[in-house]
Design a protein around this ligand. Structure first.
Ligand code: 6GU
Length: 245
């Protein structure tokens, strides 16, 4: 999968050289390329932004350098690329959208800075607008990297253990169950006995109950969106009884 980033700060994307995403780059499962609008300016000042028509604070990114950088990305591409604009005005990114993006071969991610980009770019170069949460970042770069990280995890062969991705929080619409590792006791806190029992059916039952229970406690709106089996309802009832007693 190819990620083409249009950004004034390509150096920030060095963060993509680490961990799971870094390995996906090394093994050629993904390719990340940056296109800096400043490199596509034709004036001596390499101007990429200007004041806002109508007044008000802050600068707006100009159409021309962005358009030229998108063109640069296209010329570098083997296949058709859809455009994604990272903006707090976009649709909220979630697991379903991540799955949809992960079947694309080629994306152009526009990471805006300043107060935003000239609205007419979206008419000239249509694309989807995505946000990563209800708060404002100083630019779309971190949001682009969040998108690249979460989409890359979904690509076949990127995460060694495919079951680990399938079991991630949100894959089943639930939060994850709690995890424990050595030692068995620390600060008088013991790992739940069932996890040491070797009884795989009981362990699966415990984990499902915890996942359901934590989702019920912390993100009840997620529970409302999924269908619970009769066994799920029984496990959740047990969890609720155990926590209220
Ligand atoms: Cl995609 N961009 C910016 N600048 N801020 C954000 C965002 C994106 N998503 C949430 N906040």
């Amino acid at each position: 999968m190819q990620f083409n980033i249009v950004t004034l700060f390509p150096e920030m994307f060095a963060a993509m050289n680490y961990g799971v995403v870094g390995r996906a780059k090394e093994t050629g499962l993904i390719d990340i390329r940056c296109f800096n609008p400043r490199d596509y300016t034709e004036d001596n000042y390499h101007k990429v932004d200007d004041t806002s028509y109508g007044g008000g604070p802050g600068m707006v990114m100009m159409v021309k350098p962005l358009q030229a950088a998108i063109q640069g990305a296209r010329e570098n591409s083997k296949s058709f690329a859809s455009i994604v604009y990272l903006t707090p005005q976009g649709k909220l990114l979630n697991h379903d959208l991540v799955k949809e993006l992960s079947v694309q071969e080629n994306l152009i991610l526009i990471s805006g800075r300043y107060e935003g980009i000239d609205e007419r770019l979206l008419k000239i170069e249509p694309g989807i607008e995505l946000s990563i949460g209800d708060y404002v970042l100083s630019g779309g770069e971190l949001a682009s990297m969040v998108l690249i990280d979460t989409v890359t995890r979904q690509l076949p062969g990127v995460v060694g253990d495919a079951g680990s991705v399938a079991q991630d929080s949100f894959s089943a619409g639930l939060l994850d169950y709690p995890h424990y590792t050595r030692p068995e006791v620390i600060n008088d806190l013991k790992v739940p006995d069932v996890l040491l029992s070797g009884n795989h059916a009981e362990i699966a039952r415990f984990r499902r109950k915890q996942a359901l229970g934590r989702t019920w406690l912390r993100r009840p709106e997620l529970l409302a969106k999924i269908e619970l089996t009769a066994i799920d309802r029984m496990l959740l009832n047990e969890f609720i009884e155990e926590t209220s007693s």
